[in-house]
Design a binder for this molecule. Structure first.
Ligand code: FES
Ligand code: FES
Length: 164
């Protein structure tokens, strides 16, 4: 039985129209259908956060969402966040503070960190180290021990708030 469906969505600002199997996950669609391989696949069970992307302004696990559920949605991947310059300061801070080693977790980690910083800006708050750790607790890193990641996100949070 053909379970494929036509979907239309916006990905990183570009209109996309595709015919996709109803069982295709969002992250597989992005990687294999659109060649956007910045979103990584780790656990495929919603645990590791490597597949984190933004859908209609909210971060989601790309492995837990089906591509067909994104019909009509606006999807942003690390490629889009990077190209727009939205996360340039986070990317620089990660590099400067050695907050990445293999880099497998990094796109999802930066997408999740950006989500926290966007929320903080809306609420006019600066996240504490504990809040950063809590927010990133669903994004696993097997290399860094997390300390440098928290350092990097904290530095950007303070810089964006006009601090040091
Ligand atoms: S691959 Fe999606 S959460 Fe691990
Ligand atoms: S840098 Fe390797 S998993 Fe995070």
């Amino acid at each position: 039985m053909d379970t494929a469906m036509d979907i239309k969505l916006t990905v990183n600002g570009e209109p996309v129209a595709e015919h996709v199997d109803a069982r295709t996950t969002l992250v597989d669609f992005l990687r294999e259908g659109l060649g956007l391989t910045g979103s990584h696949v780790g656990c495929e069970h919603g645990v590791c956060g490597a597949c984190t992307v933004r859908v209609d302004g909210e971060i989601v696990r790309g492995c837990l969402m089906l591509a067909v559920q994104c019909d009509g949605a606006t999807v942003e991947t690390i490629e889009g966040l990077s190209d727009s310059g939205e996360v340039a300061d986070l990317q620089a801070a990660f590099e400067q503070r050695n907050a990445l080693q293999c880099g497998y977790c990094t796109p999802g980690m930066i997408a999740a960190a950006q989500d926290l910083l966007v929320q903080a800006k809306k609420n006019k708050t600066v996240p504490t180290r504990d809040a950063i750790r809590e927010h990133l607790s669903g994004n696993y890193c097997r290399c860094t021990g997390y300390h440098a990641i928290v350092d990097a996100v904290e530095a950007v949070a303070q810089a964006r708030a006009g601090g040091k």
